[in-house]
Design a protein around this ligand. Sequence first.
Ligand SMILES: [Zn+2]
Length: 317
Amino acid sequence: MRETTPRPNNRPIILPESGSLDNLVKPFQIEGMNVRGRAIRLGTAVHDIITAHDYPQPLAILVGELVVLSGLLGSILKYEGKVTIQAKARDQAAVNFLVADFETPGHVRGYADYKAAALADLGSDASFRSLIGSGGYMAMTIDQGADMERYQGIVDLDGDNLSDCAITYFLNSEQTPTALRLACGLDPVSGHWRAGGIMVQHLAHGEEGGPRLLDRDEQENWRRASILMQSVKSRELLDPQLDLDQLLYRLYHEDGVRVFEPTDIDHRCRCSRERLLSVLQSFPASDLADMVEEGRITANCQFCNRHYEFSPEDIGL
Ligand SMILES: [Zn+2]
């Protein structure tokens, strides 16, 4: 069992030694407030996900942001499991769907399906709304193994950006006031994709499942914590020179911020030759026969784009 949720008795770890400023998520708590949060920073993990498919810029940003969101949500898991976020647009949208998932302890992956010509027509700085169109939805699935119930929450994709949609999800599905920012962009120096995010949530004050008790002081604290969080700039979330401790200090030094041990994140796909083989073997033999080209059946993983080749004998033809 793995505990990732910060508890009041956890010893705070301030400025822990770490090899890299990237590919990690850090829980934190603001002193004197019932507010907890998480900050995430991705370097190579998100660069690998985006460049595996060479997505056009506006879609690359969206994929990166969705991976960040999966990292923020997934790192809250108390037990082994996974979080999957799927964003599905209506038929007429340039982007068909996006998916990102997080598997404990910290593996992320993601991909997008889109209409190349329609996306090119939208240009390089297409907005979230123009990419997704109207009438889409986002589903978040939390799966914590066989003994735990699978949970799924759904929210309409009708915000101006992915952050807004996620905030609505937290309000509707978990009744948790949440402020959240996501960012993804190309680093001008290295030319590599980077992504980052931060979220703060107001901790439940009432009993589990009961009404949330927000007295005046609490409301003022929450307002202050969320406004300070909103002041973060996208470039700060992405800056390779600014580590997350510095960023959190910048935002919350007046109140004091307690930073907990980070979780390392990496890009890891769950595809394997065996897994793909069992998928192929479920196809009708006639379909498989049609897939043979030059004596081989080839397939690429839709997530990581890894290439697999099989002989007809491998599949039992
Ligand atoms: Zn894969």
